[in-house]
Design a protein around this ligand. Sequence first.
Ligand SMILES: Cc1cc2nc3c(=O)[nH]c(=O)nc-3n(C[C@H](O)[C@H](O)[C@H](O)COP(=O)(O)O)c2cc1C
Length: 220
Amino acid sequence: MDAIECIMTRSSVRKFKPDTVPPEEIREIVRAAQWSPSYKNCQPWQVLAVSGNRKNELTAMLLKLLEEKAPTTPDLPTPHEWPEPQKTRIRDHMEKRSALAGFDLNAPESVIRSQKANFRFYGAPCGLFITHDSSLGPWSVLDAGMFIQSLMLAAYTRGLATVPQAFLTDYSRQIKTFLGVPETNRLLLGISLGFAADPPESMPPRSERVPLEEVLKFID
Ligand SMILES: Cc1cc2nc3c(=O)[nH]c(=O)nc-3n(C[C@H](O)[C@H](O)[C@H](O)COP(=O)(O)O)c2cc1C
């Protein structure tokens, strides 16, 4: 598989086998992602890999917080309004996913169901949490995004599946305490990691992309 095929065929997986991911595989994909570019090579990223009983305990804690309707504590602000064209793209995406699921994913009870599935890491045996010092600025968030994409592509080439999850940052403060991450760190994203449960033909259809003309403009 070349790099273009790898980028174009990776997709978010939301159903996993329970099989554990060998620690050496996790080391391998993080080692590869470390070669991502970053502002002046400052490499603003750290990864915590949680599995086994600790992952189950973390899920239980998150479900309890949800049950108690505890206020969320994300380190990155949650966008409440989206500008166009993102607003329309998100609406279209959610409509398609709702049609496939057979219910309205925007309905409050569906949001809670979705939150619970996220907190269960969609059944994946491993959760990765990406953090860095919260005094770092927006360039470092950009750097971390590149690192995360590299990590997911590296996982994919090793036969592993991933899904990046903002939901896994809803209770950032409590997650950091649980993981022993200093309060002064920013929890950027959670990622479920494991082996995809379904053969590709039974996966939901690939998410779509806008026409190239909406993205690329040649100036000459
Ligand atoms: C920053 C970020 C946050 C995301 N948060 C979630 C999430 O909380 N739960 C989830 O199931 N998917 C989440 N996703 C996955 C997106 O829905 C997915 O990447 C998008 O629909 C495109 O589909 P693809 O990854 O299969 O190409 C997130 C993706 C990104 C990049």
